[in-house]
Ligand binder design. Structure first.
Ligand code: S3P
Length: 429
């Protein structure tokens, strides 16, 4: 199990780009695979999670070529996927397994999906239950609530689903099933989760209507191949935003970052804490808003975080917690129960990790209170096998009083294989 020792930094400076958006990369393969024609994808994230999606579609007969720059997917149309001759291994990727389960429910073949030890513990009922209401035949461990899941594809009927949680994975799973269902499939969520599926469905020509906190998809409409350019992932940029904000004398330009409003909760939160983050050169690429982010060291203050901003920053809480650890006063996070069912329980993992560095944290059922401090101690923290815990702790280490060792860092490759070299590149010591 590999580990890394991170030394404190004097400043964070320079101009960087971060790898492509993970959510958009997954969706580009999925829609490209079932479209008519050849889809090209630039800026694709070659992290382990996205490679799981790519392997799954190759195993269903889709020709996907990667020349190192552009991914070329020869779509086989809505009904051209082939029965895979083995289990589809989704690795650590919740997006792969939940979205693909919706897609597989509408195929005319049998398939089994599974994942690593972490994914096999994550809740699948949230997609299995509504998909079953559409007529899907899915069984799995623990009464169909845990992977592996066995899917006997067949005919589906659209439903009007009120999701109890704001989750783009639930929404997108039903949208993909909806492409194959009779009639209309509608999903409404408590507050809007990331809307990359809605945007990309539109780009590929799906029949889709958006409404307040919801979306409806009509089945039976063909998709048409597209040229997709994936922007940098704001979830990856978040670690560098926080690094530049909390390290003195820093100024960092992060170029080409996706700033879809359903993802920019982290910018709103960090700005409300006093963070100097400016959006420059705002533009739109492949139906997604993009900007360059200029971030400067700032004195941060504690804030209350709850409500509709939470799903808009759901993956960025580990980074936000590190900002809170350096802020003046208390930062309260609430309405974030979903963090307990991520790659690990991120409420407990962040609370325990920050405590190891001497920060006072009180867990609540749906969040935590973090009392910021000028002093972060060195020491050793474990990633719990979660890429975002590992990266957030490496950022905290930049301002610790002595080196911090982060253990079990192999997981960083799921979303950001170049994270550690990039951090070393911008940090002055
Ligand atoms: C994702 C949705 C979110 C997010 C995950 C990626 C997606 O999960 O945490 O990293 O690509 O749809 P939930 O839908 O479970 O909130």
């Amino acid at each position: 199990m590999s580990s890394i020792q991170i030394q404190p930094a004097l400043s964070i400076n320079g101009e960087i780009t971060v790898p492509g958006d993970k959510s958009i990369s997954h969706r580009s393969i999925m829609l490209g695979a079932i479209a008519d024609g050849v889809t090209t994808v630039r800026g694709f994230l070659r992290g382990e999670d996205n490679m799981s999606t790519m392997h799954a579609f190759r195993a269903m007969g889709v020709n996907i070529k990667d020349d190192g720059e552009i991914i070329r997917i020869t779509g086989c149309g809505l009904h051209g996927l082939k029965e895979p001759d083995d289990v589809l291994d989704c690795g650590n990727s919740g997006t792969t397994i939940r979205l693909i389960t919706g897609l597989l429910a509408g195929q005319s073949f049998f398939s089994v999906v599974t994942g690593d030890q972490y994914l096999r513990k994550r809740p699948m009922k949230r997609v299995v239950e509504p998909l079953s209401r559409m007529g899907a035949r899915i069984s799995g461990r623990s009464g169909g609530t845990l992977a592996p899941l066995a899917i006997t594809g067949g005919s589906l009927t659209g439903i009007d689903y009120q999701s109890p949680v704001s989750s783009a994975q639930i929404k997108s799973s039903l949208m993909l099933a909806g492409l194959y269902a009779d009639g209309e499939t509608s999903v409404t969520e408590p507050s809007l989760s990331r809307d990359h599926s809605e945007r990309m469905f539109r780009l590929f020509g799906a029949s889709l209507v958006r409404h307040d906190r919801g979306v409806s998809v009509r089945g039976g409409f063909k998709l048409t191949a597209q040229e997709v350019t994936v922007p940098g992932d704001i979830s990856s940029a978040a670690f560098f935003m926080v690094a530049a904000l909390i390290t003195p004398n820093s100024e960092l330009l992060i170029k080409n970052v996706g700033v879809n409003p359903s993802r920019t909760g982290v910018i709103d939160i960090l700005q409300s804490m006093g963070g100097d983050i400016r959006l420059l050169n705002e533009r739109e690429v492949s139906g997604e808003p993009v900007a360059d982010l200029l971030v400067r060291s700032s004195r941060l203050k504690g804030v209350e975080i709850s409500g509709s901003v939470v799903p808009r920053a759901i993956d960025e809480f580990p980074a936000v917690c590190v900002a809170a650890a350096r802020a003046e006063g208390v930062t309260s996070i609430r309405d974030a129960r979903e963090l307990r069912v991520k790659e690990t329980d991120r409420i407990t993992a962040m609370a325990e990790s920050l405590k190891m560095l001497g920060i006072a944290v009180t867990e609540t059922e749906d969040g935590m209170d973090i009392t910021g401090s000028e002093l972060l101690l060195g020491g050793s923290v474990d990633s719990c096998g979660d890429h975002r815990i590992a990266m957030s702790m490496a950022v905290a280490a930049l301002v610790a009083s002595s080196p911090v060792t982060v253990t079990d860092i192999g997981c960083v490759a799921t979303s950001f294989p170049t994270f550690f070299p990039l951090l070393a590149h911008v940090a002055s010591r």
